[in-house]
Each structure stands twice: as structure tokens, then as C-alpha cells.
Design a protein around this ligand. Structure first.
Ligand SMILES: [Zn+2]
Length: 289
């Protein structure tokens, strides 16, 4: 089997090198693009970090002639809810930048105590600052680990910005932002995340296409739970009253000096009384839309 993969890779690498030898001004031909697609899909399945550069070259070659025309949070291709009539909601918590005291222990302890599952979108820098905490979270089956970008940047191929944060400036940088964190999480947990959310949750359309090609799903939200940690407890509890079956919440788990924990604790208790239960994204993977 290994031999077979190596032969295929050798063949495809040949195709790809041909594709990348075209002058930048020329469009990548249809058959080269097809070869790149097969290569990318193979590389994202292989368990080998040494293929990083090969994968990056194939992505850059495929997307460098694409022009971004849309910029926003909930653009086409970005998942915002679960398509279901089941009374379930998905709670997602972002861990953005790793600074000292950037872990909301009270919030996480409550989820564990109450056995409420959640999906945690974790940034590469946060992981590096909080590796021991990260490992505890990753080893707890209540939590599903997802990718929140290596440097917590909006995902752009042109340097578009959101909330005064400059996005990635090229296809290559966008790829690095996504894939360096994929590899970091894989190295620590043994598994590649299935879901990605960019820093600030902003994307352009080329970046979203690239994420899909890498075998990931871009996931945002349809309930803004804490507005970047600025909501007070009452405002957070009120967001729980806006849910529908299949809602996806966005909260933060890196802001312990906020009212997020107390708001979430009260909101979850109200939703339970209303007959809702809580799910990880992967449980409803095929119904994400
Ligand atoms: Zn974030």
C-alpha cells in the first residue's frame, strides 16, 4: 500500500512540477489544475509532515490566479447552522490569542461538571501558551478540538482586514495560517481537526474554497453569544432565547475576566428546561449548512 502511494505521489509530483513551471502570468491549465486537486486530496490524507511544502506548492499553484470578490463572516460556503428539527444546539468556544490568564477555568469546569459537550476552536498561539490545558481539553471526550488559525488572522488572500486586524496577505500565507495549526494539533493529539474558523471569523471566497479543498469545513455561527466577550450576563442569557433547533453559538473561552461563564451557565440551564440538548459539530456533520 505504501509503495502504491509513493508511486502515485511520484507521478503526481511530476504533474505538479509541470504545472508550477508555467509563468505566473499564465493561467494554470485545466488538466494541471485537475492533477493538483488529486495531489492535494492525497496529501491531506497522508500522515506525513514532510509533505507540507508539496501541499503548499499545489495550493498556491491552484489558487494564485483566483480573484477574491467577497469578504465577510457568513459568505457562501461558510457553515452557520445545523439543518435539523431535533432540539439540539452546538456550543462553540474560541480560544484566540494566548496571553497570560487567557483560560476561563470556571466556564470549562462547569461544562465538565454538567457534562455539556462543546466544540472548541483553538488558535495556535493559545495552544503554545497553554499547552497543559490544551492537552487536558483534547483528552476529554466532551470536547471536540477545531482549528482557529495559527496566528489568529482573518483569512484573506489580499490582506483584507476585520476589526482592525490585518488578514493574511496571499494564498501562501492563508495556507500557512490554516495548515500550521492543523499540524500543531495533529502533533499533539494525533488527529487533524475537521473544522476551521478564522481569527475574527472573516474570510474571502478564495480562502473558503481553499479550506474546502484541504478537507476542512469553515464554521461560523448564527447566534453571536458574547460579542467578542463584551456582553454582560443578561445580554448573554438573552442570546439563548433566540435559538432554534440546530443553532450554532459562538462564545469565547479565553476571557476569564468577563461575564461569559455566568451567562453561559444560566443560559444552558434555561435551554435544558426548554428540552434542548447539546451536541458537537461532528455528530451532525452531514447536516451542517
Ligand atoms: Zn478568535
Amino acid at each position: 500500500m505504501k509503495k502504491f502511494i509513493i508511486i502515485i505521489l511520484f507521478f503526481l509530483t511530476g504533474c505538479m512540477n509541470e504545472a508550477t513551471s508555467y509563468p505566473a502570468s499564465e493561467q494554470v491549465s485545466k488538466s494541471d489544475r485537475h492533477a493538483n486537486r488529486i495531489l492535494i486530496s492525497d496529501l491531506t490524507r497522508l500522515d506525513h509532515e514532510m509533505d507540507y511544502d508539496l501541499l503548499k506548492e499545489a495550493i498556491v499553484s491552484t489558487y494564485s490566479d483566483h480573484t477574491a470578490s467577497v469578504w465577510g463572516e457568513n459568505i457562501e460556503g461558510v457553515i452557520t447552522e445545523i439543518d435539523t428539527d431535533d432540539k439540539v444546539v452546538a456550543l462553540t468556544f474560541d480560544a484566540c490569542i494566548g496571553t497570560p490568564n487567557s483560560f476561563d477555568q470556571e466556564l470549562i469546569d462547569f461544562l465538565i461538571e454538567a457534562e455539556v459537550p462543546a466544540t472548541l476552536f483553538i488558535g495556535g498561539q493559545w495552544i503554545k501558551e497553554n499547552e497543559a490545558e490544551f492537552m487536558k481539553l483534547a483528552n476529554n471526550p466532551l470536547f471536540e478540538i477545531a482549528n482557529h488559525g495559527y496566528h489568529h488572522k482573518p483569512l484573506s488572500v489580499t490582506g483584507a482586514s476585520a476589526y482592525n486586524i490585518t488578514g493574511t496577505e496571499s494564498v501562501e500565507e492563508a495556507f500557512n495560517e490554516v495548515y500550521q495549526n492543523q499540524l500543531l494539533i495533529k502533533e499533539l493529539t494525533g488527529e487533524f481537526p475537521k473544522y476551521f474558523r478564522s481569527g475574527t471569523a472573516f474570510y474571502d471566497d478564495v480562502a473558503v474554497e481553499m479550506i474546502e479543498e484541504l478537507g476542512l469545513k469553515a464554521v461560523n455561527y448564527n447566534v453571536l453569544g458574547d460579542a467578542g466577550g463584551t456582553f454582560n450576563q443578561t445580554q448573554i442569557v438573552n442570546t439563548f432565547q433566540t435559538v432554534n433547533p440546530g443553532s450554532i453559538f459562538l462564545f469565547h473561552m479565553n476571557k476569564p475576566n468577563s461575564e461569559i461563564a455566568s451567562g453561559v451557565i444560566e443560559g444552558i440551564s434555561q435551554l435544558k428546561e426548554a428540552g434542548y440538548s447539546f451536541v458537537q459539530l461532528q455528530e451532525y456533520d452531514e447536516f451542517l449548512k
